[in-house]
Design a protein around this ligand. Structure first.
Ligand code: GLN
Length: 492
C-alpha cells in the first residue's frame, strides 16, 4: 500500500488530480497522525480539526470541478506567530494566550486562495526569541530523531511537524536562523527568502528589519512550490519589494555546471563539531561532481555578526513589544491603576528570555548608549553586507554549515544565554545582509542526527539556490530519510 504520509506536495497533487486520493481522506490521516504522535513531540500549540476538515471539503470540491492549484488540499502547519483569522495565534507567549486575530496574514490569504488545508499552529520560542523552542511559554517540542534533543528554534514546532510527518510542509519565520537551524536539526529543507520577497503583513513583529517568512518542507521542490505561493509584492507591507514573481518551480531543472561556490574560511571555527565539518566537505565534493567549482572565499567581518545581531534584534524587539500592555488584546492582569496594570500584565505575560531582550534593547537604544551600541551595530551591519557583495563578485553561491553542531540536548543551553546565542553564528549573517539562504540535509552525525548545509545566494536570487539544491537532491537521498518514530517514547 502507498504510504500517504510520505508523499510530497507534487505527488499528492498528482494523486488528487488523478482521483487516486482525496484531500478529505489525506487530511484525516494527518489529523490521526497528530493525535498519535504529538503528545510526545509537542509540535503543535493548536490543532484546528474542524477548520482543516472544512478546508479539505472545499478542496475536494475544487478538484472535482477542475479548479485546483498546486496547493489545493495540501495539509500544512503554520508557525504560531503568523496571524490566522479566527484561529488562535499566541506566539507561544502567555501574553497572547487568548488572541484570536480578526484577519489573515498575507501569506495565509495566499495559501487559502490556493485551497491549502491548515492543520494548526506550531510551537516556537516565545516571540521567536530562541534557538531551541524551549522558550515557549507553553511547552517544549522534542526532536523526532531523538526525543531527548531539541528540534532547534525558533520554528522548532514547524520543523518537527514536517520531520514527524504531522504535516506535508510548514511555514516558519527567520530573523537570525529560525527556519534554517531547526530545518537542519530535524533533517528537513528550510528556506529564508530575501528580505522583502515575502510580505510580513500579519507576521507578529520581532525584529522588523530582519524578519522573513519562509517554507519548511521535505524536499527542495516542495520548498519552491510554497515559496512561489507566498511571495510577491504586497502594498500592505512597506518593506515588501516590488519585484516580478518568478517561476521557482520552472527554474529547478536549470543548468548548474560551471557555477561557482564559495566556502568562507571564517565559517570553519575552532571547536566545531567534526561530523558537521566532514559532511560539509562531502557536500562540497558532491557539488563538484555536478560540475560546480568550489573555492575558498573570505567574509572578514563574520566574527562580529553575533554581537551585531543581538544589539539590533533586541533594540527592535524592545520597541515592537511595547504594544503588549494589556489594553488592546491578550492577557490583562492587575486591578489597581493603569501603571499597575501595565506592570502586572507584562511581568506575568512575558517569559524570562523576552524580558531579557526588552531590557537589553531598551538599554542599547537609550540616550547616551545609542551611539555606542545601536549606531555602531548598524555600521558593522553595513560592513557585513559589503563582505557578501565582495564575495559575490567571485562566486554565485556560498556554502557553509547551517549550525556548528547537530541538535543539542534539551536543557543543555537553556541556562546559558550566551551559548545559545553563539549557536546562531552561521545563520545570522544572511539576515543582517538581507540575503536568501536555504538549509538542506547533507548527512548524519555518528549518533544518527541529521546535519544541514547552508547555501546563501545573492539578493533575490532564490532561483540559483533552489536550482543547485535541487540538483544536489537528485544525487543524494538524505532528504528521503525519516525518523523512525516511537510514539510510546521508549527512545528517550
Ligand atoms: N536564535 C535567534 C534568536 O534567538 C534567531 C531567532 C529567529 O530567527 N527568530 O534571536
Amino acid at each position: 500500500m502507498m504510504d500517504v504520509l510520505e508523499l510530497g506536495i507534487s505527488e499528492l497533487k498528482e494523486a488528487y488530480w488523478k482521483g487516486d486520493l482525496d484531500p478529505r481522506e489525506v487530511t484525516r490521516l494527518y489529523l490521526e497522525r497528530i493525535q498519535e504522535v504529538d503528545e510526545e513531540i509537542g509540535a503543535y500549540i493548536t490543532v484546528d480539526h474542524q477548520g482543516a476538515l472544512q478546508e479539505a471539503e472545499e478542496a475536494a470540491r475544487r478538484i472535482r470541478e477542475g479548479e485546483g492549484s498546486p496547493l489545493t488540499g495540501i495539509p500544512l502547519a503554520i508557525k504560531d506567530n503568523i496571524c490566522t483569522k479566527g484561529l488562535r495565534t499566541t506566539c507561544a507567549s502567555r501574553i497572547l494566550y487568548n488572541f484570536i486575530p480578526p484577519y489573515d496574514a498575507t501569506v495565509i490569504e495566499r495559501l487559502k486562495e490556493q485551497g491549502a488545508v491548515i492543520l494548526g499552529k506550531t510551537n516556537m520560542d516565545e516571540f521567536a526569541m530562541g534557538s531551541s523552542t524551549e522558550n515557549s511559554g507553553f511547552k517544549i517540542t522534542r526532536n523526532p530523531w531523538d526525543m531527548r534533543r531539541t528540534p532547534g528554534g525558533s520554528s522548532g514546532g514547524s520543523a518537527a511537524a514536517v520531520a514527524a510527518r504531522e504535516c506535508v510542509a510548514a511555514l516558519g519565520s527567520d530573523t537570525g536562523g529560525s527556519i534554517r537551524q531547526p530545518a537542519a536539526f530535524c533533517g528537513v529543507v528550510g528556506l529564508k527568502p530575501t528580505y522583502g520577497r515575502v510580505s510580513r503583513y500579519g507576521l507578529v513583529a520581532f525584529a522588523s528589519s530582519l524578519d522573513q517568512i519562509g517554507p519548511l518542507a521535505r524536499n527542495v521542490r516542495d520548498c519552491a512550490l510554497l515559496l512561489q505561493a507566498i511571495s510577491g509584492h504586497d502594498p500592505r507591507d512597506s518593506t515588501s519589494a516590488p519585484v516580478e514573481l518568478e517561476d521557482f518551480l520552472g527554474c529547478l531543472e536549470g543548468e548548474v555546471e560551471g557555477l561557482r561556490i564559495g566556502v568562507p574560511k571564517e565559517y570553519f571555527v575552532e571547536g566545531m563539531d567534526r561530523d558537521v565539518e566532514a559532511r560539509i566537505w562531502e557536500a562540497a565534493g558532491s557539488l563538484e561532481q555536478l560540475g560546480l567549482k568550489v573555492e575558498e572565499i573570505s567574509l572578514p567581518h563574520t566574527e562580529y555578526a553575533v554581537a551585531t545581531y543581538y544589539i539590533i534584534c533586541t533594540s527592535e524587539a524592545s520597541s515592537n513589544l511595547a504594544r503588549y500592555d494589556g489594553v488592546k488584546y491578550g492577557l490583562r492582569e492587575g486591578s489597581g491603576d493603569l501603571m499597575e496594570m501595565y506592570l502586572e500584565t507584562r511581568s506575568k505575560g512575558f517569559g524570562p528570555e523576552v524580558k531579557r531582550r526588552i531590557m537589553l534593547g531598551t538599554f542599547a537604544l537609550s540616550a547616551g548608549y545609542y551611539d555606542a551600541y545601536y549606531r555602531k551595530a548598524s555600521q558593522v551591519r553595513t560592513l557585513i553586507k559589503k563582505d557578501f557583495e565582495e564575495a559575490f563578485r567571485h562566486c554565485d553561491l556560498i556554502l557553509t554549515p547551517t549550525s556548528p553542531t547537530p541538535a543539542f540536548r534539551l536543557g543543555e543551553k537553556i541556562d546559558d544565554p550566551l551559548q545559545m546565542y553563539l549557536s546562531d553564528i552561521f545563520t545570522i549573517p544572511a539576515n543582517l545582509a538581507g540575503l536568501p539562504a536555504i538549509s538542506l540535509p547533507c548527512g548524519f552525525s555518528k549518533e544518527g542526527l541529521p546535519i544541514g548545509m547552508q547555501l546563501i545566494g545573492k539578493a533575490f536570487d532564490e532561483a540559483t539556490i533552489l536550482k543547485v539544491a535541487y540538483a544536489y537532491q537528485t544525487i543524494t537521498d538524505f532528504h528521503r530519510r525519516a525518523p523512525s518514530l516511537d510514539p510510546k517514547g521508549t527512545q528517550g
